[in-house]
Write a protein that binds this ligand. Structure first.
Ligand SMILES: Nc1ncnc2c1ncn2[C@@H]1O[C@H](COP(=O)(O)OP(=O)(O)OP(=O)(O)O)[C@@H](O)[C@H]1O
Ligand SMILES: [Mg+2]
Length: 328
C-alpha cells in the first residue's frame, strides 16, 4: 500500500491543447490532497478540469510547475531518474480507458507485459500472470488474442496486466467508461472484491457519479484545476462545499444513496437506548415510509447495536432539502 500527497501543486501547460489559439492552461491550481494507504480515491469533475493531469503527476509523467508530489513520503521531484523508474515499474500500475492492449500478443503475454519490463524471468512471469488472469475471471483465455474478446474481457486483461506487478498504487483513468452499464457495474464489483483481499491505494478518475459513490472511500472534486471538495462520498450530497458540487450532484437520487446515518440530528438529545431504531446503513428509500410517520426521534444504531444518534423530522427535512439542491 502507498500513501500519496500533493502539496500546493500547480501545473501550467504553456500551450493548452484545448484552447484554439494555444493559450496557457493552469490545469491544476494550488491543489493540496492526501490519499491514505489502502483507500480508493475517486477524482471527479468536468472534462478539462485536470483529472488526468493529476494522475500523470502521480506517476511522474508530468512535472508540477509549483509544489510537491509525494509518494510514500518521497518527493518525486527530488528522485533520480532511476529511482523514479523503479517506482513507476515496481510500485505503480495504470489502467486506461482504451485498454491499450497489444493486438499481436496473447492474453497471457499482455498480462505479463509489466513483469517483462521489470525483468522477471519467463516461467515466473507466466505463473504470476496466469494467477491474476484467474483472479479477474479469465482463467481459460490466456491463449486468445485481444480481438477475440469482448470489451469487458479486454478491460479485465488491462486490469490483470496492472495487477500482475502487484502494485501498491493503482492509477485508473476512466478505466470502465468505455463499457456498457452492466459490464461496467461488474468491473466495479470485481475491483471492490479484489480490493478487500489485496488492499491497494487506488486513484480512480471518473465522470460518473454513481461510479464515484459506489467505489470511492473518498471523492476529490476538481473544477478548473482547483480542488473544490475532498471527503466522504455522501457528504457531497449532504454538505456540498460549493455551488459547482451541488450542480454536479443534482441529478443523484438521494433515496438510493443516502443512509439513515446521514440524517442524524446533530442537536437532538441522546435517544432513548431502549427503543428499537434503525440500522445506520438503511437506505433513505427504505426509510421514507417511516419518516412520514415520525412522531418521536428515531434511534440510529451501528452494526453492533450502539445508538449513534436520532433522526428527527427537522433533521430529515434539512438533509433532504440540501440534497435536492435548494438552498435550505
Ligand atoms: N499535454 C498537454 N499539453 C497541453 N495542454 C494540456 C495537456 N494535457 C492537458 N492539457 C490541458 O490541461 C487542462 C486539463 O486537462 P486534463 O486532461 O488533465 O483534464 P481531464 O479532467 O482529464 O479532462 P477529460 O475528462 O476530458 O479527460 C485542459 O485545459 C487541457 O487542454
Ligand atoms: Mg482525462
Amino acid at each position: 500500500m502507498a500513501t500519496v500527497a500533493l502539496r500546493k501543486v500547480s501545473k501550467v501547460y504553456e500551450q493548452d491543447r484545448a484552447a484554439p489559439a494555444g493559450g496557457r492552461a493552469a490545469a491544476l491550481d494550488d491543489v493540496t490532497l492526501d490519499i491514505a494507504e489502502g483507500e480508493i480515491c475517486v477524482l471527479m469533475g468536468l472534462s478539462g478540469c485536470g483529472k488526468s493531469t493529476l494522475l500523470r503527476l502521480l506517476n511522474g509523467l508530468v512535472t508540477p510547475t509549483d509544489g510537491q508530489v509525494l509518494v510514500d513520503g518521497d518527493d518525486l521531484g527530488t528522485l533520480s531518474h532511476r529511482r523514479l523508474q523503479q517506482l513507476r515499474r515496481g510500485t505503480m500500475a495504470m489502467v486506461f480507458q482504451s485498454f491499450a492492449l497489444f493486438p499481436h500478443r496473447t492474453v497471457i503475454d499482455n498480462a505479463a507485459f509489466g513483469l517483462e519490463i521489470a525483468g522477471v524471468a519467463k516461467p515466473e512471469r507466466l505463473r504470476r500472470s496466469g494467477a491474476v488472469l484467474e483472479q479477474v475471471g479469465l482463467g481459460g483465455h490466456g491463449a486468445q488474442y485481444p480481438h477475440q474478446l469482448s470489451g469487458g474481457m479486454r478491460q479485465r486483461v488491462g486490469l490483470a496486466r496492472a495487477l500482475a506487478v502487484n502494485p501498491s498504487l493503482l492509477l485508473m483513468d476512466e478505466a470502465f467508461s468505455a463499457l456498457d452499464p452492466l459490464t461496467r457495474r461488474g468491473m466495479q464489483d470485481l475491483l471492490l472484491s479484489l480490493q478487500k483481499e489485496q488492499r491497494r491505494t487506488i486513484v480512480f478518475v471518473s465522470h460518473d457519479i454513481d461510479e464515484a459513490l459506489h467505489l470511492g472511500d473518498r471523492i476529490a472534486m476538481l473544477h478548473d484545476g482547483r480542488l473544490l471538495q475532498h471527503g466522504a462520498p455522501r457528504a457531497f450530497l449532504t454538505q456540498p462545499a460549493h455551488d459547482h458540487v451541488r450542480a454536479f450532484f443534482q441529478g443523484v437520487d438521494p433515496a438510493r444513496h443516502l443512509r439513515a446515518a446521514d440524517l442524524i440530528d446533530p442537536v437532538a438529545p441522546p435517544s432513548d437506548a431502549t427503543t428499537a431504531g434503525v440500522a445506520a446503513d438503511t437506505t433513505l428509500g427504505d426509510l421514507l415510509s417511516r419518516l412520514g410517520q415520525l412522531t418521536a426521534p428515531l434511534t440510529v444504531r451501528d452494526a453492533s447495536g450502539v445508538a449513534l444518534g436520532a433522526i428527527t423530522a427537522a433533521s430529515a427535512l434539512r438533509v433532504l432539502t440540501r440534497a435536492r439542491g435548494s438552498h435550505a
